[in-house]
Structures are given as structure tokens and as C-alpha cells.
Design a binder for this molecule. Structure first.
Ligand code: PEP
Ligand code: MG
Length: 547
């Protein structure tokens, strides 16, 4: 048995035959041509066919993985029609009298190198796209463009790298998983893999030869490992895990696609909480209606420096695109208290939970706040992003936030940088916010109740202190009454309210939340379907009458 470690793109276990995917390597020769017009006509015909294929791929992806993820094939069409790219090819054929294949391959190298040398990570990744479109044209020119990867049995696909067009062309019924030696978490291929919910690894240094090809393999998307030729103990253990996952999935199958509607017709939104873009696969797999809480501070905690606007923009954009038009609520930085980050160089505090944290940092260090807001506003042009502010205690804070937001929007407008019109809401997680929720509701688009902190501050129980567990009552009437009060005040002002604290996933309270008129529950992805089951089986009016 051999074990290789990679980075997980999507969780799950796959067991099956490994098939090494070899690209149709294009051997391009430089050939002198005399009739350059005819050569250019050959190129134009190949380009037209490539554009047609890309349109077909776009349609296929649109159907299978949604508009945002299919967009890459539109980008490819645009790249193939790009004037600079085409002028370079035509110029080479005309002035050097070379064959179209050679001109395409040379242009591809030049453009790919140019993209790869750029500082911007997003532009760097476009190098792979230029290679992808050029290889397509070369295949057509060489008459070797039959659909690749016609597999005859379900397999684990192992490849050096997979271009988005290759990923989408794979017959999904035959693909158990894919594992690549290269590739980045940000690549469109990774986005597609997550959306397709296929266990997948990238950055896995395994040989693409006979020691792997045709062997039995196990991909463990949780630990990021691939086992080649597994021993019996590993095979038994992973088979058991796979069965457990299959059982969970069967529940998923029956409830997937269903509306979250009670027997008496009350609807509620069921969203997912995430801390990382890696969680997106499970969000989609569990059929979340959106993301109710993206804890953006994890982006800061994972780094040893302040994440730049561009780094953040790429992450928010990726989440928005993957969620393809579904609401994505991104909470601004909630650092401090239990989430400490060295490079923020915060002073020691006696009472960090009651100290300098979250919005208090953002409002006193506007350079950090503005960087994040710029990234969020820019990304909001790529999907349905909503912004949520944590640890609010007063209307005054909300007004201060609005001033910073206005300044950021003004800056973006002046720079001609596009941005969307995201909804803006706040977390209700302090007793003060609950008590002034009637006034706060007039200032924002939505509320989300953070029961973790709300319980800590209301019951005066440090949420980190396990010694106090005996005193901790998550169903304390004070908390439940506060939730009811917030919902009522929100509705009076015509806005909606969700719960994104852990209490939202407490299945013994789901009926109670429905009775209160809570509009949204945001829970860990694995809790979505069990809660949907309760919703589908509940009659709210009967429940209220029987209380
Ligand atoms: C909460 O306080 O309930 C909440 C959702 O935020 P966090 O747990 O990140 O503090
Ligand atoms: Mg909180």
C-alpha cells in the first residue's frame, strides 16, 4: 500500500479503480507554408469549431452546475475571440510563413507566460485557461478532437492537472473522484468539483505511471489522502466509513430539493454556517438555501499577515459564484475574545469577551475595516452577497458603520470599480441589541441572532469556561423571550430575522422557532436535512394550540 497526501477540495470517500488521465499531448512541428491565406482560413475554421464546442460545454455546465460555474466557458469563448491573441497568431502565419498549429502553440506559450508572471493570483490562473483554449484549437487542427475520457467503468481519475473543460467533459456517472498533482483551491476546476460534490484532492504528489494506473485506490476527502493498493485493514475501515456516509446520503436523497414548508404552509429559510471556502461542498451537498453565516475572521486567523483586499475579494467572489445567486451572508471580521490573531498585536485584557473585539476593532481601525468592505462590495457584483456586522450594541454604531460604508462606496465609484448593492444586516448577540431591536430594525435589512454570545452575555456565563456547564441553560426562558422579542420587532419594521448561533440547530426547538415566526435558521451543513424533516412534519398552528 502507498499513501499520498493532498489538499482536499471536497469531502467523502471513493473506492475504485484508478485511471490515470493522459491529455492528448500535442506534438507541434514548425512547418513552412506558402499559402498563408489558406492557413489562416484553416485556423479560422478550427476556431469556429472550438467556439461551437465551448458553447456546448457552457450549455452542459449550465444545466449541471449552474450559471455562475458555467461562466468559465463563456470566458474561454471570449479569450478565444480576443484580438491580441488572434492578431498574434495571424501575424506569425503571415510574417513567418508558419503553419497554424505552430502559431497557436507559440502564442499560447507567450500568453501563458505573461499571465503566469503577473502578481495577481486571479490573473496567474488565467494561464491555465489560455493553455486550455489553445489545446482545444490544436486538437481540432490535428483532427484529434474526439471527446476525451471515455471511461468504461467507474474510476478514480488521477491527473497532472485538469482544465475546467476536461472536468466538465468527464462522464460523471463514471467518475468516483478526482485527484490532481497540481491545481489550486481557487481554480475553476476546484469550484466545479465542489459544486458537483465529487470527492477530490489537489496538490497530491503521486506518480502518473503503472504503479498507480489500474490499481485499486481509496480517496479520503476528509483527511486529504489517497491510498493506492490499500491493505485489508484500510479497505475494511474505509468501506465502513463509506457505508456510513451512504446511509446519511439516503436521508439526503429523499429530502433534497424539497421546500422548507410546514404542513400548514409556513416557509422558513434553511441556510448553512461556514468558516472556510472548503466547506462549500457540504453546503451544496446538503441542499442549503444559502449561507447564513460565513465567519470571515477565519481568513484572518489562517494567515500571518492582514489579508489583502485582493486575497479577500477572490475568496468572497468564489463563494458568491459557487452559490450561484443564492444569498451568502458574510460577517465582517469578528476577531478578539476567543479568536486571537497575533499580528493584530492586541493588548492584554482582563476580560476579553467584554473587551476590544469585532466591530469595536473595525470602527477604531478603519483601515482594516475598509479593506474588508472594499473586497466585499467588489465581490457583491458576482452574486447575492449580504454583509453582516457583529457585536452591535447601539444605533450609534450602525450609523458609524454606514459612514464608513458610504466612504468606501464613494471611493469605489471614483475609481470606476464595479460593485453591487448588498443587503446589510447585523447580528443580535448582545442584550443591549435585543432591547433596542425596534430602533435597530429601522436601520438595517435583516437581523441574525447570535445565540452563542447572546447566551454568554445574558446569563453572565463565559462560553469558554467548561466549569460553568452545570449553570449553562441554553433553553433559559430569558433567551427564548429575547428571540421572540427580536422577531416581533423585526417584523414590525418589515425586515426578516434569522438565528445563526448554535441554538438554531437545536432540533428540540425547531417547532418553537417556527411558532415564533423566525424567518431563517443558519446551521452547520449536516443539520440542514434533519431540520428540514422536522419542518415538513410540523403543523405550526396545532403546535401553538397544544402548548
Ligand atoms: C454567536 O455568537 O452566536 C455567533 C454565531 O457568533 P460566534 O459563535 O462566531 O461568536
Ligand atoms: Mg458571536
Amino acid at each position: 500500500m502507498k499513501v499520498y497526501d493532498g489538499k482536499s477540495v471536497f469531502q467523502g470517500v471513493a473506492i475504485g479503480k484508478i485511471s490515470v488521465y493522459k491529455k492528448g499531448e500535442q506534438q507541434v512541428k514548425r512547418i513552412k507554408v506558402t499559402d498563408t491565406d489558406a492557413e489562416l482560413a484553416r485556423y479560422e475554421a478550427a476556431k469556429a469549431k472550438a467556439l461551437e464546442q465551448l458553447q456546448g460545454l457552457y450549455d452542459k455546465a449550465l444545466h449541471e452546475v449552474g450559471e455562475a460555474n458555467a461562466a468559465i466557458f463563456e470566458v474561454h469563448q471570449m479569450m478565444l475571440e480576443d484580438d491580441d491573441y488572434n492578431d498574434s497568431i495571424a501575424n506569425m502565419v503571415r510574417t513567418q510563413g508558419v503553419n497554424a498549429e505552430y502559431a497557436v502553440a507559440s502564442t499560447c506559450d507567450n500568453f501563458a507566460q505573461m499571465f503566469a508572471s503577473m502578481d495577481d493570483d486571479y490573473m496567474k490562473e488565467r494561464a491555465a485557461d489560455v493553455k486550455d483554449i489553445s489545446e482545444r484549437v490544436l486538437s481540432i487542427l490535428s483532427g484529434n478532437d474526439s471527446a476525451s475520457a471515455m471511461m468504461t467503468e467507474p474510476s478514480i481519475i488521477v491527473a497532472d492537472d485538469l482544465a475546467p473543460s476536461e472536468t466538465v467533459q468527464l462522464n460523471k456517472d463514471m467518475v468516483l473522484s478526482f485527484v490532481t498533482v497540481h491545481g489550486s483551491l481557487n481554480s475553476h476546476t476546484a469550484i466545479l468539483a465542489r459544486t458537483m460534490a465529487i470527492p477530490a484532492l489537489i496538490g497530491t504528489p503521486l506518480p502518473l505511471d503503472d504503479t498507480v494506473d489500474g490499481k485499486l485506490g481509496i480517496v479520503d476527502g476528509t483527511s486529504g489522502k489517497i491510498y493506492v493498493d490499500p491493505d485489508e485493514e484500510t479497505l475494511n475501515r474505509m468501506t465502513k466509513r463509506q457505508q456510513e456516509e451512504a446511509e446519511k446520503k439516503s436521508l439526503l436523497q429523499t429530502l433534497k430539493g424539497k421546500e422548507n414548508i410546514t404542513l400548514d404552509g409556513k416557509k422558513i429559510m434553511l441556510y448553512a454556517n461556514i468558516g472556510n471556502i472548503k466547506d462549500l461542498g457540504t453546503v451544496i451537498q446538503n441542499d442549503a438555501g444559502g449561507i447564513g453565516l460565513f465567519r470571515s475572521e477565519f481568513i484572518y486567523l489562517e494567515k500571518d499577515h492582514y489579508p489583502t483586499e485582493e486575497e479577500q475579494f477572490q475568496i468572497y467572489k468564489q463563494v458568491a459564484e459557487t452559490m450561484a445567486g443564492k444569498r451568502v451572508i458574510i460577517r465582517t471580521l469578528d476577531i478578539g475574545a476567543d479568536k486571537q490573531c497575533d499580528y493584530f498585536e492586541m493588548e492584554h485584557e482582563e476580560n476579553p469577551a467584554l473587551g476590544y473585539r469585532a466591530i469595536r476593532i473595525c470602527l477604531t481601525r478603519p483601515e482594516i475595516f475598509k479593506t474588508q468592505l472594499r473586497a466585499l462590495f467588489r465581490a457583491s457584483a458576482f452574486g447575492k452577497i449580504a454583509i453582516m456586522y457583529p457585536m452591535i450594541t447601539s444605533v450609534k454604531e450602525v450609523k458609524q458603520i454606514k459612514e464608513v460604508v458610504d466612504a468606501v462606496k464613494k471611493e469605489l465609484t471614483e475609481q470606476g470599480t464595479p460593485y453591487g448593492d448588498p443587503e446589510q444586516g447585523i447580528m443580535i448577540e448582545t442584550p443591549a441589541a435585543v432591547m433596542v431591536s425596534d430602533e435597530l430594525a429601522k436601520e438595517v435589512d435583516f437581523f441574525s441572532i447570535g445565540t452563542n454570545d447572546l447566551t454568554q452575555y445574558t446569563l453572565a456565563i463565559d462560553r469558554q469556561n467548561t466549569k460553568l456547564d452545570a449553570f449553562y441553560d441554553s433553553h433559559h426562558p430569558a433567551i427564548l423571550r429575547m428571540i421572540a422579542m427580536v422577531v416581533e420587532n423585526a417584523h414590525k419594521a418589515g425586515i426578516w430575522t434569522g438565528i445563526c448561533g448554535e441554538l438554531g440547530a437545536d432540533q428540540t426547538l425547531t417547532r418553537e422557532f417556527l411558532a415564533m415566526g423566525v424567518d431563517e435558521l443558519s446551521v452547520s451543513p449536516g443539520s440542514i436535512l434533519p431540520i428540514r424533516k422536522i419542518i415538513l412534519e410540523t403543523n405550526v398552528e396545532e403546535y401553538k394550540a397544544g402548548k
